[in-house]
Design a protein. Structure first.
Lengths: 140, 406
């Protein structure tokens, strides 16, 4: 599925909740479905700097596609990475690099986007794009 | 109406909702809200009186200059300095400390000398000293603390040597709220012929400061943490030391005469105040000083102590909550805690949705976080407008969060 289709699907899922508490509960549920980073890769080198919580992200390149796994010590953050991974997994480098992430604002989790807190979230997306760029350059 | 309600009514922000809840503002150690008198002063000054200070001979400039200098006098009275020449306007506590680190060290710090700070310091009282020590090949020494955050005076005595030239110490910890033994450490510093700066950012709005009685060489604080405008800080310094220090930034106002050959510098306090200052902010600061004085520190301390005791009594009932620095009540308007198995970021995100504004994270004190071996914490910090109902609501919110994460 294309990146924007997945984003639209997420927006649709979240539209079923009419209060923030249910949205957060859903994020907590999503955190349990995360494609978990292998233990051997849960190392400082894979930590994303600039988050209030610890965030690990790892990427692999197989058959022209990128595959991500991650983890966090905060559950809300873990739910958000879980969503990001579901969007970017199994996508090509170019599609990732050309993507625009709009679902966060649409599902009303803006507070995680503001500079002081979500440095984290912006750093996560940036890191995913850096991976895509690095793998793309390696191929060329 | 009780006094707390009367005071609260003066803060327009509390008419606002945060995420559909009544706003509960527990982030006062970061910055306090502003009473109507301060807000009106800013607006009125821009509307009716605005002009630059200290230069023009026109009437508006004279009015501005008079009001600007009235704030300096008010600050002098507020902290009982000896003279208005000892009151320097900066943009905040951070700049005040940087000014001293730079201008004092330029003259007084030499290779091999030692500067002492404590484990409790805010980054603003760590990094400037690290930089000057590196530049001057001096050594930075750190006073340890015990589990409750207390400084043992014997440790300070052990650290002080003939090489000690300066001590820079936080007055009240921005993380655990405890007061450091500044009176004793000021005496120890002077006994060793060292000079001492006190970072009073978390103290000035909570207790009466008397710099003559304290006998500290420098005392710094910010207007925005004492119901005043942002972008205004104070540096108090003893005149005889300030006079010997190098200028900090250079340009207009701080000069006496400029030629292309040589420049002579202005007298205190103008030597350290170059460029057009935050005139409006400084003029409005007087309103916040008047506001604090009108309530009086006796009431402020009593009310904030009652809030703190009420909060700690509630928090200590939960086995899954650990208060940084222990359950003792010697904390000054600040309590930081962690919840077992719940990340501070998760807790903060939920509390925000309940309409509660507070701070989570390392609170600009990473070395202190390392001391307690935690990545971050949740901080509640009170001001004069907070009340018991807010604490009750907060406690109920914590219970809900705990249930959600089970």
């Amino acid at each position: 599925m294309k990146i924007n289709n997945i984003q639209d699907e997420i927006i649709n899922d979240f539209s079923l909740f009419d209060n923030w508490m249910d949205k957060y509960n859903y994020l907590i549920e999503l955190s349990k479905d995360i494609i978990l980073i292998p233990k051997s890769k849960k190392i400082d080198e894979n930590l994303i700097k600039g988050c209030q919580s610890k965030v690990w992200l790892f990427a692999e390149y197989k058959n022209n596609k990128l595959y991500f796994s991650g983890d966090s010590d905060a559950i809300i953050t873990k739910g958000i990475i879980s969503l990001l991974i579901s969007i970017f997994n199994n996508q090509s480098c170019d599609d990732i690099l050309n993507s625009e992430i709009y679902f966060i604002k649409k599902i009303g989790l803006n507070e995680h986007l503001s500079m002081n807190r979500s440095n984290g979230l912006i750093s996560m997306i940036k890191q995913i794009k850096i991976y895509a760029l690095a793998f793309k350059n390696r191929i060329q | 109406m009780n006094q707390n309600n009367i005071i609260r009514k003066q803060f327009p922000i509390f008419e606002k909702k945060l995420n559909n809840n009544n706003l509960i503002y527990f982030d006062n150690a970061a910055s306090s809200q502003k009473p109507e008198c301060v807000i009106n002063k800013i607006s009125d000054y821009y509307k009716y009186e605005y002009s630059n200070v200290h230069r023009g001979i026109h009437s508006l400039s004279q009015i501005s200059t008079d009001k600007f200098e009235q704030t300096r006098s008010a600050v002098k009275e507020f902290i009982n300095a000896n003279s208005t020449q000892e009151i320097i306007f900066t943009k905040g506590t951070t700049e005040s400390i940087n000014l001293v680190a730079s201008s004092w060290s330029d003259i007084f710090l030499n290779e091999g000398d030692e500067i002492i700070i404590s484990t409790l310091e805010h980054h603003a009282n760590i990094v400037p000293w690290q930089i000057v020590c590196k530049k001057k090949k001096a050594t930075l020494k750190i006073i340890p603390i015990d589990e409750n955050g207390y400084i043992n005076l014997q440790d300070v005595k052990n650290l002080i040597s003939k090489k000690t030239k300066f001590i820079s110490l936080i007055h009240i910890s921005n993380v655990i709220g405890i007061e450091t033994p500044i009176i004793e450490i000021i005496k120890l510093a002077h006994k060793a012929n060292a000079q001492i700066l006190i970072d009073g950012a978390q103290a000035v709005s909570h207790k009466k400061i008397d710099v003559q009685k304290l006998n500290c060489d420098f005392y710094c604080f910010s207007a925005h943490k004492m119901y005043g405008p942002t972008g205004v800080g104070i540096l108090f310094g003893k005149k005889k030391i300030l006079e010997k220090m190098s200028p900090y930034q250079t340009g207009g106002e701080m000069i006496k005469e400029v030629s292309f050959k040589e420049t002579t510098f202005n007298d205190l306090p103008f030597k350290f105040e170059t460029g057009t200052p935050n005139i409006t902010g400084i003029i409005a600061l007087k309103e916040s000083i008047d506001f604090i004085n009108s309530i009086g520190f006796e009431y402020i301390q009593q009310h904030e102590k009652e809030l703190l005791e009420f909060l700690i009594n509630k928090l200590t009932k939960f086995p899954y909550i650990k208060i940084l620095g222990g359950n003792n009540k010697n904390k000054n308007s600040i309590v930081s805690f962690n919840m077992k198995k719940i990340h501070h970021y998760d807790a903060g995100s939920f509390l925000n949705n309940f309409g509660i504004a507070l701070r989570t994270g390392h609170l600009c004190a990473q070395p202190l976080m390392n001391r307690y071996n935690i990545p971050g914490t949740i901080r509640i910090s009170f001001a004069i407008y907070n009340n018991f109902e807010e604490i009750e609501f907060f406690i109920q919110s914590l219970k809900k969060i705990k249930k959600l994460f089970q």
